[in-house]
Ligand binder design. Structure first.
Ligand code: SAM
Length: 233
């Protein structure tokens, strides 16, 4: 038995590569994304009434990692990257069916060219194929009393400091929207490094929009070393 699904849309987001994407939606509230509906689904009728909802579930394909297949056991970053749990006890991308589920804020719907859903707090790679959208219904789905296993609250946040070189480079790039700095702070505060790496000298790079952000982490402090135009070729 197998089923074939067709994407109804594609995500446009600041996240051009996997590294640095928040590990869950809403962890970087400044991460704005768009869901662009594809033909024949790009008709206003498809979303009639949706703008009355503040949040939506997005079901999508982990397209970037799908070819790697699945494993029964995974190492969640929240357990330090050492302990294993069943893949079905995790939000890992390495699932039998590589389907993700994210709850995001719906900031608006744009009808200028086709249909675009304006999303806030996304954890989605640019180009992600979307299978479905459903309105979030709090009285059914919000369960503050629920047990959440090894995920016992938001992850610890690092403090983010900008070097003067990074400040200057940001000032020089007038094209970047005013909330770019906030997005960098939110992304880096999540500590994008793999759980097993802790080298204060190591310089990392995260790509946001068309910019590479260089940083390093020492203890609970991130230093933004510089920002550079990304090589988009
Ligand atoms: N909220 C979703 C869920 O629970 O199904 C995603 C959780 S998953 C742990 C989040 C990670 O998925 C991100 O940090 C990013 O690295 C990865 N990711 C996002 N979009 C992806 C895509 N299209 N293909 C592969 N990996 C993706």
């Amino acid at each position: 038995m197998s089923y074939t699904f067709e994407p109804i849309g594609l995500i446009r987001s600041p996240f051009k590569e996997k590294f640095g994407i928040p590990r869950q939606s809403s962890l970087a509230p400044s991460a704005r994304a768009e869901l662009v509906l594809l033909p024949p689904f790009d008709q206003p009728d498809m979303v009639r009434g949706l703008d009355a909802f503040s949040h939506v579930w997005i079901q999508f394909v982990f397209h970037e990692t799908a070819a790697r297949g699945w494993t029964p056991l995974v190492r969640p970053p929240r357990l330090g990257g050492n302990a294993k749990v069943g893949v079905l006890a995790s939000r890992s991308t390495h699932r039998p069916n590589p389907i993700g589920l994210s709850l995001v804020e719906l900031a608006g719907i744009d009808y200028d060219q086709g249909v675009r859903l304006l999303l806030v707090g996304a954890d989605l790679l640019d180009g992600t194929p979307v299978l479905d959208v459903k309105p979030y219904i709090p009285f059914v789905e919000a369960r503050p009393e629920a047990n959440s296993g090894f995920v016992d609250g938001p992850p610890p946040q690092l403090t983010v400091a900008w070097s003067s070189a990074a400040e200057t480079a940001l000032d020089e790039r007038k094209r970047l929207k005013p909330d770019f700095r906030q997005l960098v702070d939110e992304v880096l505060a999540q500590d994008p490094r793999p759980a097993y790496q802790d080298d204060p000298e190591r310089v990392y790079g995260v790509r946001l929009f068309d910019v590479d952000v260089r940083f390093r982490v020492d203890g609970d402090r991130v230093e933004v070393l510089g920002i550079h135009d990304a090589d988009t070729n």
